[in-house]
Design a protein around this ligand. Structure first.
Ligand SMILES: [Zn+2]
Length: 357
């Protein structure tokens, strides 16, 4: 079992004498070394987001980044004259990953210490390491998929979406409905398994068991008539979010058992977890079975516990529930009842209540 917690999801660059050589505010003709440009491009290809924290005049520094052709690789930049720890904190809050999923690289020991003092779990690197970051395991996700290469583009779409949201005055439900969201749930085929595996690695906050299923295990389950491996993707008027969720369902006599439910933290605000759970409850109701959900508390996944409880899952004994697994997995239980209609998105999904494949 591999946990995804050790991977860096966002690398935050200092500019002067880190990303580029020279100090812009002192009038240097700053330049970007080829080896650093290659790191930027490779991190992007791997799906590691990149941002900037720098003491500089914002407009001037950004124009230089654009001239170097690297501005498009950066999300949530913070360029200004305040404390770097405040700037890093703002990026952590904006992207919504756990603190230890961020890395900060800076040539000044003082700046690294200042960030480390206030954000002890952010990983700090000296500028001398910039050219070799891609060789470090924490920057080397084991799976690299089409979605990984597009992650940054999806974050940039999100920033536009959030600017739209900030401008919107109506109630939240209405705003969500105005996005034209479509949730697509499909049985995972061979092509989807890499994305499913990657999601189980990258979704530690929203993973109900913290278990990582390797591709081979997923392939076996996807062809097993007693299991459904489902991959969930989301599209809205701004574009595709890519694959945002995975459900692993086992069909038992009298019950469906959700062995894994993981959704991307990128889509928490859109209520995707709740919508998936309502869809499952509705299917179970029509199939005349109870629902069981495996849950194992990790340091990070309290939000999933909340989502299950909000949907009505409870601890408790029922004849449908198999004996507990060793390893601390709890089984939550629900007797399905009619669900309120989902008004925020359209759902396209297979009918699980129909006869198994
Ligand atoms: Zn039951």
């Amino acid at each position: 079992v591999v946990q995804g917690n050790s991977l860096v999801k966002c690398l935050i660059w200092d500019l002067d004498n880190t990303l580029w050589k020279g100090t812009l505010a002192e009038g240097d003709d700053v330049r970007l070394a080829d080896e650093i440009r290659q790191v930027v491009v490779e991190m992007d290809r791997r799906g590691v987001l990149q941002s900037v924290v720098s003491r500089n005049d914002h407009d001037r520094a950004w124009a230089v980044l654009e001239g170097m052709g690297v501005a498009d690789y950066l999300v949530a930049p913070r360029i200004g004259w305040g404390r770097k720890s405040d700037a890093v904190r703002a990026i952590v809050d904006e992207l919504g990953f756990a603190e230890d999923a961020f890395a900060f690289i800076d040539d000044q020991p003082f700046e690294r210490a200042e960030v480390a003092h206030h954000l002890s779990r952010v990983r700090c690197y000296p500028a001398e390491q910039a050219a070799v970051l891609t060789e470090l395991p924490e920057f080397s996700p084991p799976v690299s998929t089409v979605d990984a290469g597009r992650r940054r583009v999806m974050y940039q779409a999100r920033a536009r979406r959030e600017a739209d949201r900030a401008a919107y005055q109506g109630p939240d439900e209405e705003f969500l409905a105005s996005l034209g969201m479509e949730l697509d749930i499909v049985r995972a085929g061979d092509d989807d398994l890499a994305r499913v595996e990657e999601l189980t690695l990258r979704t530690s906050q929203m993973n109900a068991t913290g278990v990582h299923y390797p591709q081979d295990a997923l392939r076996d389950l996807s062809t097993d008539p007693a299991h459904d491996v489902l991959v969930v993707s989301l599209t809205d008027k701004f574009g595709s979010h890519g694959a945002v969720g995975v459900v692993l369902l086992e069909r038992l006599p009298g019950a469906w058992r959700v062995k894994l439910l993981a959704t991307s933290c990128r889509v928490v605000a859109y209520g995707v977890g709740t919508v998936i759970l309502r869809w499952l409850v509705d299917g179970a109701l029509r199939a005349g079975v109870h629902l069981i959900a495996d849950f194992r508390a990790t340091e990070r996944n309290r939000m999933m516990d909340v989502a299950y409880r909000f949907a009505g899952f409870r601890d408790g004994e029922c004849a449908c529930t198999p004996p507990p697994d060793p390893g601390g997995v709890r089984q939550l239980h629900l007797v399905p009842t009619p669900q309120p209609p989902v008004t925020t998105m359209r759902i396209a999904a297979p009918d699980l209540a129909a006869a198994p494949r």
